[in-house]
Design a protein around this ligand. Structure first.
Ligand SMILES: [Fe+2]
Ligand SMILES: [Fe+2]
Length: 162
């Protein structure tokens, strides 16, 4: 997990997350804070084990912690897709942390497609991230569910709770 911890300690990662928390201060919907990243990582790892997928915990946790790193870009310009922006921002962080070229490609491809429905994702890691991202949300007791664009993706009564 050494390279994962290098990403967490990277000053760019911390700046992006501080920017996100500043821009989400008044957000009525659920946010993209460190708790969301940790929940997504744990859920993605549970799914990896359940489905016996061939990803290391380091790859899964790193992808999960970076998947929303571009969220601040979308708050500053709503025409920007935070998944695409996040993939671009993640690449140099992954390279600095020592991930191999092929690993960087797998993680950034997954980040780029994490907003799609799991069944729409082209890569196994993207599908994992998308599913874990949805499962991390407490839609079953959300007061803003009626106005949330994501709520319709999976009705609360059909959601498994992990
Ligand atoms: Fe996202
Ligand atoms: Fe997310």
């Amino acid at each position: 997990m050494q390279r994962f911890y290098r990403v967490l300690a990277d000053p760019r990662f911390q700046v992006y997350n501080r920017q996100i928390s500043k821009l989400e201060a008044k957000r009525e919907f659920c946010g993209h804070d460190q708790q969301h990243l940790l929940d997504t990582a744990r859920l993605a790892w549970i799914l990896t084990l359940e489905e016996k997928l061939d990803f290391s915990r380091e790859i899964v946790y790193t992808a999960a912690f970076l998947h929303d790193i571009g969220r601040w870009c979308e708050y500053e310009d709503e025409k920007i897709d935070h998944a695409a922006a996040g993939a671009d921002l993640a690449r140099p962080l992954l390279e600095t942390a020592g991930f191999e070229r092929a690993e960087v490609d797998v993680i950034t491809a997954a980040i780029a497609e994490h907003r799609l429905l799991p069944q729409e994702c082209a890569t196994p890691l993207g599908r994992l991230l998308s599913a874990a991202d949805d499962l991390s949300r407490r839609c079953f007791d959300c007061t803003a569910a009626a106005e949330c664009c994501k709520y319709g993706r999976m009705p609360a009564q059909e959601r498994p709770v992990y």
